[in-house]
Design a protein around this ligand. Structure first.
Ligand SMILES: Nc1ncnc2c1ncn2[C@@H]1O[C@H](COP(=O)(O)OP(=O)(O)OP(=O)(O)O)[C@@H](O)[C@H]1O
Ligand SMILES: [Mg+2]
Length: 272
C-alpha cells in the first residue's frame, strides 16, 4: 500500500460535453503507448463510459464489478491496441453514475496491484463540474482542459478551471483547443481564456496545443481504430503527437497512491 508510484496522472476534462475529451484521451494514451510507455486509460465518464466502444472492445467485466467487490481492478484491465491498457467504465448503471469520492478512492486503491506499474494514467472524465469530475481531476498532476471555439465551450472551460483552482487550489492547467480550422485563431482563443484567468484569479494557463477539425477522426471512429492506425500524418494526429510530446516533457511528480487518495478525502480547500 505504501509503495511509491511513479505514474504521471493526466486528466482530460472540459466543462461542456461533446468537445473531444474521449477522443483526445484515447489518442493521447495511444500516442504515448506507441512510444513504448506503459499507459493505462481510465474511462472516468462513470455513468456513460464509451472508450471501449470506440475500439470495438467488449469487456467481460467493468468498474461496476470492482465497485461491487466482484473483481479486482487489475483483473478488469482490457488489452487495447499498441499495448494500451484500458479500465473500462460502466454504462447505464446509476450506482456508478452516483459514486462518491470515498468510493472512487476505494476503486483507485486497486492501482497498487496493477503490474507493470503504468508510466501514465490518463483519465477521461465526463462533462460538467460535478463532484465525480472534480474528484478525478484532483488526482491529476496535470489537468488537460479541452475547449472549442464557441462561447458556451469557453465559458464552461472557464467554469471548470475556476472551480478547480478556487475550490481545490489546483494549479496546472494545459489547454487544448479542439476542432478549429485555423491555428492562429485557436491561439487567440487560448489567449482570451488565459487573459480572463489571469485577470480574475491571477492564474496563468498553458497551451498544450490546437487540434484541427479533421474528417479522419470520424473515419477512425467508424472503423473502431486508433487515429494513428488510420493515418499517422493527418492533421489531427500530427497535433496529438505534439501535445503528447509536450506533456511528456513536463516535470514528473511522484506521490504514493495513499497520498493521492488522502487528497481526495480533504474536500474543498480555501485558496490562499
Ligand atoms: N478534431 C476533431 N475533428 C473531427 N471530429 C472530432 C474532433 N474531435 C472530436 N471529434 C468528434 O466529436 C465527437 C465528440 O467527441 P468526444 O466523444 O471525444 O467528446 P467528449 O467531450 O468526450 O463528449 P462527452 O462530453 O459526451 O463525453 C466525436 O464524434 C468525435 O469523433
Ligand atoms: Mg467523452
Amino acid at each position: 500500500m505504501d509503495a511509491k508510484h511513479t505514474t504521471r496522472i493526466i486528466a482530460v476534462s472540459s466543462g461542456k460535453g461533446g468537445v473531444g475529451k474521449t477522443f483526445l484521451s484515447l489518442q493521447l494514451a495511444a500516442s504515448l503507448a506507441s512510444r513504448g510507455k506503459q499507459v493505462v486509460l481510465f474511462d472516468g465518464d462513470l455513468g456513460l463510459a464509451n472508450v471501449h466502444v470506440l475500439l470495438g472492445l467488449k469487456p467481460e467485466f467493468d468498474l461496476a464489478d470492482v465497485v461491487a467487490g466482484r473483481q479486482a481492478l487489475r483483473d478488469i484491465l482490457l488489452e487495447g491496441p499498441r499495448g494500451l491498457r484500458i479500465v473500462p467504465g460502466a454504462s447505464g448503471q446509476r450506482e456508478i453514475a452516483e459514486l462518491d469520492a470515498v468510493a472512487i478512492a476505494g476503486v483507485l486503491r486497486g492501482f497498487d496491484e496493477v503490474d507493470p506499474v503504468p508510466d501514465y494514467l490518463i483519465i477521461d472524465t465526463g462533462a460538467g463540474i460535478g463532484s465525480q469530475v472534480t474528484t478525478l481531476a484532483r488526482l491529476a498532476d496535470v489537468l488537460v482542459v479541452v475547449a472549442q471555439d464557441e462561447p458556451a465551450s469557453l465559458a464552461d472551460a472557464y467554469g471548470l478551471i475556476k472551480v478547480m483552482h478556487l475550490d481545490f487550489n489546483f494549479q496546472k492547467f494545459e489547454i487544448v483547443i479542439n476542432g478549429g480550422n485555423n491555428l492562429r485563431r485557436s491561439e487567440t482563443i487560448f489567449q482570451r481564456l488565459d487573459d480572463v484567468c489571469r485577470k480574475f484569479m491571477g492564474l496563468p494557463l498553458e497551451m498544450a496545443g490546437a487540434i484541427p477539425y479533421d474528417e479522419t477522426v470520424a473515419q477512425a471512429a467508424r472503423q473502431r481504430k486508433l487515429l494513428m492506425d488510420v493515418s499517422e500524418i493527418c492533421p489531427a494526429m500530427t497535433a496529438i503527437r505534439q501535445i503528447s510530446l509536450r506533456l511528456e516533457s513536463l516535470p514528473l511528480q511522484s506521490e504514493s497512491w495513499d497520498f493521492l487518495i488522502d487528497r481526495l478525502k480533504l474536500g474543498k480547500v480555501t485558496a490562499s
